[in-house]
Design a protein around this ligand. Structure first.
Ligand code: AMP
Length: 493
């Protein structure tokens, strides 16, 4: 007898907002948080009385207590030396993310009336090993057993049930959130997902659309009243919030009003913005996303006609002009029946249900044979090993489908060398120091011999989470050697 409700939580840990979902009666369902909302702002802070605040409460105090608030921490995930000063302490990015995940876990437990111990967490397709590792670590720190870290576009496709077609399907996922933009192209066949290309801009999102309205309001106000509000911190905060509300209103109305009394002394900021004006001022932002979409198609060697489905993800795809431009460019109506800010969490829940062996409804209402669903992604950057003279030995080329493994043979470079030490590198540069070092491999206890004689096979494997493991073997003796991947020190708890 199948369980009615799965115990594995699907989590979209977003830059701006996070969302959780679970499988109930075979279908993904979004969980409401303790404030009664379906989205939880990814914001952490401490109140003036030293209470930890996460989500809506933390977002509300950003203005009044900015030095004790942190937002958009996802941008810093996996950066080993980055610390957030908060409440007289210094927190790691995954430590902050763990606080968000803990709130999501506690709220889900309240909603379900039951303990939640396991989760699937989504990450952008371009996240590297350190960023994925840090995400998994954050989950563990929040008391979650992270069964799988999956790509956000893959989750979006799963939410739309695009998983078990017999024919090759090519899917383009257009994801415009609060602060970031991503395009991913996936190929799905027999339940196997492959990422063909990912492109994006980590500094382009809904915030930029808000800023256009802010700039417009500031210049209109200056012209009418002769006052420049841009240096007035409190007025600017009110204008920013009003601009976001105005933008959201313009997704359903043709004109929206911004009315801010006492914005500066006795002056009132009272203006109307039409959808037409908004579309004119944000046209360059939309154009930018279209060029990135063009580039991703080029990278995948495809044209718009080759794409079977287009999926819209992220709150900013609710802007009518955005959806329209994507539709015109792709010559196809995009899938947007699932809320774009919830679709990733819903897909994470589908993957959670599959891993938890849950009953899942498919389009034909039959149980999905979850054993057949293998998720495959590709590595976005080449993986290599540092050798003598600051050179890189490439081991796994970019765009290899994961899980994958590959080996190369190395040797010693002086007599009686007992230890080989080298960096694991991510990047395309021949000069080792120009690539990103993910960690160090240390191979000890090599038997004494002349230089160049030992043959040490270094193997990298990338698991289904995109996390790297390494082993080394002495080919002369066949002995496996101890290998330590020293993660950057900053990735400890
Ligand atoms: P996400 O990161 O997916 O949660 O998206 C957050 C962004 O979506 C923010 O910039 C919001 O202002 C924006 N957003 C949410 N709803 C709407 C809407 N109805 N129209 C326009 N933008 C929206």
């Amino acid at each position: 007898m199948a369980q009615v409700r799965s115990k594995v939580l699907g989590i979209d840990l977003g830059t701006t907002n996070s969302c959780t979902a679970i499988i109930e009666l075979g279908e993904p369902k979004v969980i409401t948080n303790s404030e009664g909302k379906r989205l939880t702002p990814s914001v952490v802070g401490f109140s003036k009385k030293n209470e930890l605040l996460v989500g809506e409460l933390a977002k509300r105090q950003i203005v009044s207590n900015p030095e004790n608030s942190v937002q958009s921490i996802k941008r810093y995930m996996g950066k080993p030396d980055y610390r957030v000063p908060l409440n007289n302490e210094h927190y790691t990015p995954h430590g902050i993310s763990a606080m968000i995940l803990q709130k999501l876990k506690v709220d889900a437990e309240k909603y379900l009336g039951d303990a939640v111990g396991k989760a699937v967490i989504t990450v952008p397709a371009y996240f590297n090993d350190s960023q994925r590792f840090a995400t998994k670590k954050a989950g563990e720190m929040a008391g979650l057993d992270v069964l799988r870290v999956i790509n956000e576009p893959t989750a979006a496709a799963l939410a739309y049930g695009l998983r078990d077609g017999v024919q090759d399907q090519k899917i383009l996922v257009y994801d415009l959130g609060g602060g970031t933009f991503d395009v991913s192209i996936l190929k799905i066949k027999h339940g196997v997902f492959e990422v063909l290309a990912t492109c994006g801009d980590t500094e382009l999102g809904g915030d930029d659309f808000d800023r256009k309205i802010v700039d417009y309001l500031l210049s209109e106000f200056k012209e009418a009243e002769g006052t420049d509000l841009s240096e007035n911190v409190e007025a600017m905060q009110r204008i920013k919030e009003a601009a976001e509300r105005c933008k959201v209103d313009l997704s359903s109305l043709m004109t929206a009003n911004v009315d801010l009394p006492y914005i500066s002394e006795n002056k009132r900021l009272d203006m109307e913005v039409s959808r037409e004006q908004f579309e004119a001022m944000t046209e360059d932002l939309v154009n930018k996303t279209i060029s990135i979409m063009e580039k991703s198609l080029k990278d995948a060697g495809l044209s718009p006609q080759d794409i079977d489905e287009v999926i819209l993800v992220g709150g900013s795809t609710r802007i009518p002009a955005v959806a329209k431009r994507v539709e015109d460019f792709m010559e196809k109506s995009p899938l947007q029946s699932i809320n774009p800010d919830e679709v990733v969490a819903m897909g994470a829940a589908v993957q959670a249900g599959i891993l938890g062996n849950e009953y899942l409804k498919s389009s034909g209402n039959q149980q999905v044979d979850s054993g057949n669903l293998v998720l495959l992604d590709v590595t976005s950057l080449t993986l290599g090993f540092e050798t003598v003279g600051d050179t890189t030995a490439f081991i796994i080329p970019r765009n290899t489908t994961i899980p994958t493994r590959n080996s190369k043979v190395f040797t010693t470079h002086y007599d009686n060398q007992e230890v080989v030490r080298g960096k694991i590198l991510q990047g395309e540069e021949q000069e080792a120091s120009k690539n990103v070092a993910l960690g160090t491999i240390i191979l000890e206890n090599i038997p004494p011999s002349l230089k160049g004689v030992p043959r040490i096979e270094v193997t990298f494997d990338i698991d289904a989470n995109g996390i790297i493991n390494a082993t080394a073997r002495d080919l002369a003796t066949g002995n496996m050697r101890s290998v330590t991947i020293e993660r950057p020190a900053g990735l400890n708890d």
